[in-house]
Design a protein around this ligand. Structure first.
Ligand SMILES: Cc1cc2nc3c(=O)[nH]c(=O)nc-3n(C[C@H](O)[C@H](O)[C@H](O)COP(=O)(O)OP(=O)(O)OC[C@H]3O[C@@H](n4cnc5c(N)ncnc54)[C@H](O)[C@@H]3O)c2cc1C
Length: 370
């Protein structure tokens, strides 16, 4: 039996644990301390096709990540597991300058050849948009894509961890190396997957590594409305604001991107009130909706905003991923599966050379040994 430790039970760690557990020769233990998990705090929008980022490797990962949900869901359904965490209800994209909507339409129409998941694309008038999302206002026209989806990160990780039947240990742990032995929480493992998001630097620093990963605070507010929002599309105005309707009248409004708050997890109502105020200009019902609560999480960013994964340099049998930024619910499952494949010595659909871990994780040689 090969013993594998997965540290971190966010979207990357849970998917890795799920795929590792499918191998009959592998025993998996997952460690998570639950602090600040980005996955649980995420808005949950899966709609990468409208991004104008020039980073081709990122776009490939994001579009394949969106596609991968179809495979994961089909697989879970085939074994009788519920997949309520994912609904493809479409997205509404808004632009301050509505003449730019055509440009966005053309971009997505081109990309649809390699990503049929984008689905139907149409420019809708306000009245047409209100057929799917009553009372939505603050615009004349918007762009609709039927393939956009929303994901509840907390439910997704819960589903995958349960399906994996992996041992779950809820505590903060460190990784130590004694000779050839990898030790986590005092236990020896043959292989370790570091899926610790923004905390990669913290866990690798005692082993002599420097890591280019910084934290970004993200906050959002959850509401309960009397109306049924099950089939409402996600609304994406320009800027930080997104309005994400979920099942049974739950609607999330977010999310902030705060670069100067470190790992702080306190709710800042000023920031959230501002987002709510802006959201009400599009969806006035929010003003009288019940506030269910607020969520805060920590995203992980590299200095060039690129995600990475792979074998940790100079640390045999240890694999890591981080830097998923604000699109980690889109790319996370695919990365998690690929980490599992690497740990099992298998190839995945992404080329690790396009997301080189050695650019962001470096073992520092002590001065006296130079
Ligand atoms: C407010 C917000 C909105 C977002 N919206 C979207 C969106 O709409 N669409 C999208 O695609 N992405 C979105 N994201 C981004 C996405 O959530 C993240 O990129 C993704 O969840 C990162 O997953 P991860 O598994 O790498 O890390 P995480 O989910 O952060 O998981 C890492 C886990 O490791 C644990 N851990 C760390 N160190 C240790 C240790 N030493 N011992 C034990 N456990 C440890 C942490 O507690 C945490 O639970 C959003 C993020 C935020 C914060």
């Amino acid at each position: 039996m090969k013993k594998v430790a997965v540290i971190g039970a966010g979207i990357v760690g849970s998917t890795a644990a799920y795929y590792l557990s499918k191998s009959p020769d592998v025993e998996v233990a997952v460690f998570d301390d639950g602090k600040g998990q980005a996955t649980k705090a995420a808005a949950g929008i899966i709609s990468p096709w409208f991004s104008k980022r020039r980073n081709k490797a990122w776009y490939r990962m994001a579009r394949l990540g969106a596609d991968f949900y179809q495979e994961l869901i089909a697989e879970l359904k085939a074994t009788g597991i519920q997949t309520d965490f994912y609904q493809q209800t479409g997205v509404y994209l808004l632009k301050r300058d509505e003449s730019k909507l055509q440009e966005l339409y053309d971009l997505a129409a081109n990309r649809r050849e390699e990503s049929p998941l984008i689905g139907d694309l149409s420019l809708l008038s306000r009245q047409e948009a209100q057929e799917k999302f009553p009372d939505l206002q603050g615009f004349e026209r918007l762009l609709y894509a039927s393939g956009g989806a929303r994901v509840e990160g907390a439910l997704l990780t819960e589903t995958l961890l349960k399906a994996s039947k992996a041992e779950l240990v809820e505590k903060q742990v460190s990784l130590t190396v004694e000779g050839e032995q990898l030790l986590v929480d005092g236990r020896s493992f043959d292989c370790v997957v570091l899926a610790v998001g923004a905390w990669l630097g913290e866990i690798l620093q005692p082993l002599g590594y420097e890591t280019d990963v910084r934290p970004q605070k993200g906050q959002l507010r959850d509401f309960r409305l009397a109306e049924k929002t099950d089939d409402y599309p996600v609304v994406m105005p320009e800027g930080e604001l997104d309005i994400i309707p979920f099942l049974a009248g739950k609607v999330s409004v977010g999310a902030s991107h705060e670069n100067d708050q470190g790992f702080d997890l306190t709710v800042d109502r000023t920031v959230l009130n501002q987002l709510q105020q802006e959201a009400e200009t599009y969806f006035p019902s929010l003003a009288t909706a019940e506030i269910l609560g607020e969520r805060v999480g920590t995203r992980a960013y590299t200095s060039d905003f690129s995600p990475f994964f792979g074998a940790v340099p100079d640390l045999p049998h240890v694999y890591a991923a981080s830097g998923l930024g604000s699109s980690g619910l889109t790319t996370g499952p695919l990365i998690g599966r690929q980490l599992a494949q690497m740990a099992l010595g298998e190839a995945g659909v992404l080329n690790p050379a396009d997301y080189p871990i050695e650019r962001y994780v470096e073992k520092k040689i002590p001065k006296e040994n130079k």
